[in-house]
Design a protein around this ligand. Structure first.
Ligand code: BT5
Length: 319
């Protein structure tokens, strides 16, 4: 009731009558909400009101915005967790269905690729992982990172009115600074995918001083590009519906052309001269293309064509 009153007071009497309960019972519920972190004001002559500035990512809050049908149908919210990807893996191993979402306010051991640290302070971002069970072979798995990057870039662009760009393979950037990273982990059986965990980390209102000094110049937060207070639950719901639309369309048709085109057009890497670290080898060249499976196609300085499936771009410049 307080939520739908949109910041207005609701009298104790109205609440009592609606729920056929006592004032004492209502006061207990209000205290419980306050304990969960909700700002509920109690004024004897007016009743109760919920301040609209609160920003929660509990299942209840996300479901209030959600339009996706399968993604986010089941939501496991954790106040604090080591890594939502690890928690999602456990749930997937226990047989939880496609579309199950794990989301946390804080990660104590959030991780990037190659076990790198992903900073995830409490309430400063969206730290979430989605369980997928696609009917794809292992070689096709990188397409899911592409698809996720496109869904996130489209959503952040829509919410901010500013084009978000993609840096191969898994970063989303605003003004050349990283606002989001994606970590795709797969579990296989034979040549087929058993399940995929798509981990998405988005800085929403992360302050620069919450990061090590070395990272500060290259990182940004969504809030700086949106000119109104932002509810993380709304961003999550928007991403889930864009992702679900793309996922269903691409998997049903087997045609990833539209997604690949978006990935290429809004890519900061294509056509650039780059230096790449891939495993233990380092190579330099020009990025000629990104193939249908998300691999970089590089023409090296000695004019060979090489495909890079995983790695990091160390430097990038226009020819
Ligand atoms: C990534 O790896 O960018 C993937 C990050 C995925 C994080 C999500 S959060 C939910 C889910 N649960 C997890 O445990 N992980 C996923 P990579 O391309 O390897 O980049 C990692 C690098 O990004 C680090 O080495 C830092 O340089 C930088 N970094 C760390 N924290 C950051 C942050 N909050 N914002 C921007 N950059 C960050």
């Amino acid at each position: 009731m307080l939520k739908y009153a949109r910041g207005e007071y609701v009298s104790s009497r109205t609440i009592c009558e609606t729920f056929q309960t006592s004032r004492t019972a209502i006061w207990k519920h209000v205290q419980s909400l306050q304990k969960q972190g909700y700002s509920v004001e109690a004024v004897p002559s007016k009743g109760y009101r919920l301040l609209e500035t609160d920003d929660f990512v509990s299942a209840y809050e996300i479901k209030d915005y959600i339009q996706a049908k399968v993604f986010g149908k089941l939501i496991a919210y954790r106040e604090s967790v080591d890594s939502t990807n690890s928690a999602a893996r456990q749930l997937a191993d226990q047989g939880e269905p496609e579309g199950t979402l794990v989301i946390a306010d804080e990660q104590t051991h959030g991780r990037g690729r190659f076990q790198r640290k992903w900073y995830s302070p409490a309430k400063s971002g969206i730290w979430m992982s989605l369980i997928l069970r696609p009917n794809l072979s292992i070689v096709e798995a990188p397409r899911l990172t592409v698809l996720t990057a496109v869904a996130v870039a489209k959503t952040l662009t829509k919410l901010s009115n500013q084009q978000a760009y993609i840096k191969w393979p898994n970063d989303i950037l605003f003004d050349g600074k990283k606002v989001c990273g994606i970590l795709t982990e797969i579990n296989v059986e034979g040549n087929q995918i058993n399940y995929v965990i798509v981990g998405i980390g988005i800085n929403v209102n992360l302050r620069q001083d919450e990061l090590p000094i070395s990272l500060q110049p290259s990182v940004c937060s969504l809030q700086s590009f949106v000119h109104q207070p932002l509810k993380r639950a709304r961003v999550v719901a928007n991403i889930l519906s864009t992702l679900e639309d793309l996922y269903i369309t691409c998997l049903k048709s087997g045609d990833f052309t539209g997604v690949m085109n978006y990935f290429k057009i809004h890519n900061v890497t294509l056509g650039h001269v780059v230096e790449i670290q891939s495993g233990s080898s380092r190579l330099a060249g020009i990025v000629e293309d990104i193939d249908d499976y998300g691999a970089l196609v590089i023409r090296t300085t000695d004019h060979q064509i090489k495909k890079i499936y995983s790695g990091d771009i160390l430097s990038s410049s226009v020819q």
